[in-house]
Design a protein around this ligand. Structure first.
Ligand code: G3H
Ligand code: ZN
Length: 278
């Protein structure tokens, strides 16, 4: 199946009452495990790669790899730029065939965030691609990006931000953090205020480690997407780490890579089940 357009995927989520998962990839094994997980569960979602992670490869390599992994799949999957850090990255990803974009200008002052998102939206909408933006800052570590800042989204800014940027999804900071080091506790009164003021659906970053009952509870507040990165990376790395611990002379990269794909697939299936089927 071809990659689906991000707007179509959002419609699919609304029609089926789903919170879409977005799983971050880095390499072939993660990609194969993610797509197999979606296929086995019979549910679609996002596969994403962050701007920082694109330094390891480039948008075309990632798009080609994901498109080829999708050839035998029959569930709708959109390829998403996660935490898009520059207009150049956005353009390169659209050109490579990405079907959904996030621009992350949340580190900038309010007016500059609006300006950066607005010009990205203008560009992406021309190609019929939806744009996710972030208001407030999410703390923790993502790829090589470490943010000490953890500024919760100010609900009073939400309406103006969404209206002036014309973004299609809004990523919020409500106690969610990137990485596995901290145990997040979502601020539900704040989420309710944000949801009441946002005309577009909401996105939760830092999914790894958030108790699933909290993710399901957030679904009542117009949540459409929840992002998972570290959880799958851990499953991948653990596969090789455990093999090395068992045998310091281990060199069977083929078998271990296949096992890593299985382990990533298992985490994908478990997360999808927790988010949408309980
Ligand atoms: O944008 C990606 C996610 O927010 C990943 O966060 O590594 O805590 O799951 P996580
Ligand atoms: Zn994130």
């Amino acid at each position: 199946m071809q990659l689906v357009n991000g707007f179509k995927l959002m419609d699919y989520a609304k029609e089926n009452g789903l919170v879409l998962t977005a799983f971050n990839t880095t390499n072939y094994e993660l990609t194969a495990g993610i797509i197999r997980g979606y296929q086995e569960k019979g549910l679609g979602g996002y596969i994403a790669i962050s701007s920082s992670n694109l330094k390891l490869s480039n948008p075309k390599i990632i798009a080609d790899m994901v498109k080829s992994a999708m050839k035998e799949a029959s569930v709708p999957v959109a390829l998403h730029l996660d935490h898009g850090k520059s207009f150049e990255d956005v353009k390169a990803c659209i050109e490579a065939g990405f079907t959904s974009i996030m621009v992350d200008a949340s580190h900038l002052p309010f007016e500059e965030n609006i300006e950066e998102v607005r010009r990205t939206v203008e560009y992406c909408h021309f190609y019929g691609i939806p744009v996710e933006a972030e208001l407030g800052a999410i703390g923790g570590k993502e790829d090589d990006h470490i943010s000490e800042e953890d500024a919760k989204t100010n609900p009073e800014d939400v309406k103006e931000f969404v209206e002036r940027t014309s973004c299609d999804l809004l990523a919020v900071s409500i106690g969610n953090v990137h990485g596995m080091d901290l145990t997040p506790n979502l601020d539900f009164p704040l989420l309710e205020k944000i949801a009441a003021r946002s005309s577009v659906p909401l996105v939760l970053h830092g999914g790894s480690g958030i108790p699933f009952d909290q993710v399901r509870r957030a679904k009542q507040q117009n949540l459409i997407k929840v992002n998972y990165g570290s959880d799958l990376r851990q499953a991948f790395i653990r596969t090789f780490g455990q093999a090395y611990e068992r045998n310091h002379n281990e060199f069977d990269i083929m078998s271990l890579s296949k096992l890593a794909i299985d382990n990533v697939e298992d985490r994908v299936k478990a997360i999808i089940t927790e988010v949408n089927e309980k």
